[in-house]
Design a protein around this ligand. Sequence first.
Ligand SMILES: Cc1cc2nc3c(=O)[nH]c(=O)nc-3n(C[C@H](O)[C@H](O)[C@H](O)COP(=O)(O)OP(=O)(O)OC[C@H]3O[C@@H](n4cnc5c(N)ncnc54)[C@H](O)[C@@H]3O)c2cc1C
Length: 466
Amino acid sequence: MKYDVTVIGSGPGGYIAAIRCAQLGMKAAIIEKYNTLGGTCLNVGCIPSKALLDSSEHYHNAAHTFGDHGIELKDLKVNLKQMIDRKASVVSQVTGGVDFLMKKNKIDVYHGMGSFIDKNTIKVTDSEGKETQVETDKVIIATGSKPASLPFIEIDKKRVITSTEALELKEVPKHMIVIGGGVIGMELGSVYGRLGAEVSVVEFMDDIIPSMDKTMGRELKKSLKKLGFNFYLGHKVTEVKSTTKTVTVKAENKKGELVELKGDYCLVSIGRRPYTDGLGLENVGIKTDDRGRIEVDGHLKTSVDNIYAIGDVIKGAMLAHKAEEEGVFVAEVIDGQKPHINYNLIPGVVYTWPEVSAVGYTEEQLKESGRAYKSGSFPYRALGRAQASMDVSGLVKVLADKETDEILGVHMIGARTADMISEAVVAMEFRASAEDIARMSHAHPTYTEAFKEACLAATDNRALNV
Ligand SMILES: Cc1cc2nc3c(=O)[nH]c(=O)nc-3n(C[C@H](O)[C@H](O)[C@H](O)COP(=O)(O)OP(=O)(O)OC[C@H]3O[C@@H](n4cnc5c(N)ncnc54)[C@H](O)[C@@H]3O)c2cc1C
């Protein structure tokens, strides 16, 4: 069979690219090495982690805040198997949804490992070793990423685990040691922290979620400490050893002092590496950079004329919605259109509680670039909505240009900021000033009023309710 476009990898980058190609009239195929479609995000990433975050948050509230709401419960306990089963059924619903979308858009699905024979021919080897050849005019590589590790850490997948195993545990850890204070570590640490595990985070940098605005890391750390997290920041892990029942992690601080932590599980969440194993890039002459990422130009084209790459396997934020935007972009480029992605306005979210959400520049980036800016913040505790629901931890911080008042960055921590950040994205896409937002009516009582008030504070230090 000969296709106009063949996509390798069915994650949010790949399956969205295939749909957009089909919408534009191209005959498209998608190749996926696993039996289910949807990639990391739907199978072992965004969706299952959010399913467990929601379940564990319900439990935590039932245990700690229901009483204040006047709801009395007896014999509350965690049924982890049921939680994991529910997560599995959510995963199967959403991956089944991708099957449906492929059929609806008449996209041919090949299950098996895709590997280049030449720039127009891909060999697909299925789990039984059967080979099929796919002929294609254009190719979109969307093979995503895998968890990264350190050379001296052996991931045994039982005691020393990655995010993938953390979504499948059979018991609530007594003491989970998390290596890496980034998004995935804080989210999955929260799941088990809420269910009663002691959680210790060892992070090389001086802050958690270090790529985000420093205020966010500081505030999140306060909330997670209340949940019972221990933090070993500025600590470099030097050794990880496991037995059948225990894990020992050794780390060293900047003064060379050693700490030794003993736990029953160690989650290694130090980031992810682009995945191109077995893809046969050498057969078409595509090179990867020093971090293993496929190099692409401004049109997301590789060094080979008919081959494009998108998502986690190329540079940029490793986020599902970034991969999706690139999937649409590349389909439209192939169609001869002139699409555009504003990479500065791709929001980032950490689904802890409180949630952390951001778009645009951080205060640290603005300082470093020398741009004159002003800042306005508004605390959640001053919101009627937050008081009503007892979610008073958090703040919204707005950074705006000192002269023009244009919003340059929005950083939020608090209940439901993952949904609230979209307003900031829209505002910034339309190059709104802080005062533009400050003069728009926001429904009362809602959390969104915190954004309006922070914009008032940034405009001219005139927040009203604080
Ligand atoms: C625990 C966790 C939580 C996350 N939470 C979020 C979140 O809340 N929000 C967010 O935006 N992002 C989140 N992410 C990141 C998100 O999952 C990724 O950014 C996203 O999946 C990248 O999409 P992709 O299409 O580039 O690749 P992937 O989703 O990784 O998909 C790549 C697919 O390609 C397949 N493949 C690879 N090589 C071949 C080959 N040679 N032949 C055939 N198939 C192949 C793989 O099997 C895989 O299915 C999370 C990640 C993890 C691990």
